[in-house]
Ligand binder design. Structure first.
Ligand SMILES: [Zn+2]
Ligand SMILES: [Zn+2]
Length: 80
């Protein structure tokens, strides 16, 4: 079994990481909204696909710290 990390497994090709602990979220990771929806928040720029709540801060699943959503991007998304 391969131990290497494939960038394809990470959201944003590895360009997204926690500003506090540098943890990189994977495509399979899920965030929970208060409405009960679970989705990958980086697929939608922090917006819940069910109730359309815009989450301006995103919680790290490793260090549990909250950071402004845009601070997670090491490069700004093109055309945003
Ligand atoms: Zn929601
Ligand atoms: Zn973190």
């Amino acid at each position: 079994m391969k131990q290497e990390e494939r960038l394809d497994d990470f959201v944003g090709g590895g360009r997204i990481r926690c500003p506090k602990c540098a943890w990189r979220p994977r495509k399979a990771d899920r965030w929970s909204c208060r409405c009960g929806c679970a989705w990958n928040t980086f697929d939608t720029g922090g917006q819940c696909p069910q109730c359309h709540r815009q989450w301006r801060h995103t919680q790290c699943l490793r260090c549990q710290g909250w950071s402004p959503h845009e601070d997670w991007y090491t490069e700004k998304p093109a055309g945003a």
